[in-house]
Each structure stands twice: as C-alpha cells, then as structure tokens.
Design a protein around this ligand. Structure first.
Ligand code: GLP
Length: 248
C-alpha cells in the first residue's frame, strides 16, 4: 500500500487526476473504474481541464441507487454525466453504470460478466465512507461478493442526505460492485479528504483486515495508492514516517 499525504483537497484532486491521465496516456484503451460522491468531483474537474482523449476508454461505475430512474437529478448516472461524461469525448456505448431498476441481482451478475469481457478494470478510483465503506459495501459485507443489491446503513443514509431534500428521500438500497469485484482491478487509487474520514483512513491503513472495516481489505491488494489530505491523515500513527507532499 502506498500512501501519499498532500496538503488539501485541491492537491489530492490534482494527484489523483495525474494518475488517471497517465493511465489513459499509457493505454488509450484503458478500462477505468469510477466513483461518485463529493470526493472525486475535484479530480473530474482536473481531468476535464487536461483535455485528453477518452474516445477509446471504457468506464465502469461502482454503484447506483436502487429504485430511482437513471435520469433522476441525484442518480449516479446523472452525477457522472454532469461531472465528467458531458465534458469529454467518451463514447456513450463505452460507459457502464450499474442498473438500479428491474432485477437487481441479475443486473449485478451481468455487470460482473461485462467487466470480465473487457478483461477487467485497469485502474479503479475509490472514495471511502465515514464508516470505511467502499463503493456501497457497508461494514459486514463479504470480501468475496460480486455486484449485487445492498442495504445502506443509517450512517451512509445520513451522510448522503445532504444531497436530497430530506433524509426520507435517500434510497435505502443500492446496487454496488462487490469487494470481490473491485479487488480484481489491476490498480486501485483511494481518495479521502477532511477530518470526517480520518478514522476510516486509520482503520483502513493501520487496522486489522476485517469485514467490519471494508476498506481494510485493500491492504491485501498488490497495487493500491491512497491519496489523502492532511486532515484525513490526522489519526494515522504512521503519519510521521510517510512521505508528505505538503510543504508550502
Ligand atoms: C457514497 C458512495 C461511495 C463514496 C462515499 C463517500 O456512499 N457510494 O462510493 O466513496 O459515499 O462519499 P463522499 O466522497 O461524498 O464523502
């Protein structure tokens, strides 16, 4: 596990965008796994500004809410088009986002098969929840699960309520790539910013590997880079020994 500590959110976004753009420049046919949430928004802005060509790139998103139409203003489908796809030259047929309507577990199985058909994800971008969930794999999720329907915890519903008119409107379930699915990615980057994430980051990097802390499984992946700002690094005991790119 490589850990990069940077000064703030903007530096985190730049560092992450550089890794994604290097991957696309190295292989124009890359398969990139994408995340939603507040954390990667800055990275997407940086990527748009780089004006690189995505015309041969394929993307697979991590997750989607269940039961809201994909055109819903708060669906992850809408998020991805607004934050990235409307601003780059990606082909719509190369964009894959889990389908949160219909037979969810069937959709999940087909999604995993589709990823395999594309020879897997070359670079997966991840955020992390305050309870260390990755994608929508909440504490207790199996480390071997594939894409499937998952129940959201109270903590995640509360955290995501800021986007909805009220907490009651937050969907209670989602379709999410499983940890078994995302651990197959050849390379993973995980981004986190702010003190709200500091314990999730500490447990992910320094804690025991346990299903109670979904992020901790990343310790077992052969190629993970964690990019965090100083606030998200605050609880790390190993902070002093890590290279910090935070100088003025
Ligand atoms: C959501 C998403 C995750 C994301 C997490 C953190 O639940 N399903 O993929 O990493 O929230 O979101 P944020 O970046 O807004 O803190």
């Amino acid at each position: 596990m490589k850990v990069i500590i940077v000064k703030n959110y903007d530096e985190m976004s730049k560092e992450a965008a550089k890794i994604v753009s290097d991957q696309i420049e190295k292989n124009s046919k890359s398969v990139i796994g994408l995340a939603t949430g507040g954390t990667p928004e800055g990275m997407y802005k940086e990527l748009i500004n780089k004006r690189l060509s995505w015309k041969d790139v394929t993307t697979f998103n991590l997750d989607e809410y269940v039961g809201i139409p994909k055109e819903h203003p708060l669906s992850y489908y809408t998020y991805m088009y607004e934050n990235l796809f409307n601003h780059i030259d990606i082909k719509h047929e190369n964009v894959f986002i889990p389908n949160g309507n219909g037979d969810i577990n069937k959709n999940g199985k087909e999604y995993d098969e589709l990823i395999q058909k594309h020879n897997g994800v070359d670079l997966q971008v991840l955020g992390i929840g305050e309870n260390a969930h990755i994608a929508f794999n909440e504490p207790g999720s199996s480390f071997t699960a594939g894409t499937r329907e998952v129940e959201l915890t109270e903590s995640t519903i509360n955290a995501n309520a800021r986007y909805f008119a009220s907490k009651d409107e937050v969907p209670k379930t989602a379709i999410s790539m499983g940890i078994g699915t995302l651990m197959k990615a050849k390379k993973i980057i995980l981004l986190a910013s702010g003190t709200k994430k500091m314990f999730a980051i500490k447990d992910t990097i320094e804690g025991p590997i346990t299903e109670k802390v979904p992020g901790s499984i990343l310790q077992k992946h052969p190629d993970v880079t964690i990019i965090i700002d100083e606030d998200a690094a605050k609880a790390l005991e190993s902070r002093m020994h890590l290279a910090c790119a935070c100088e003025e």
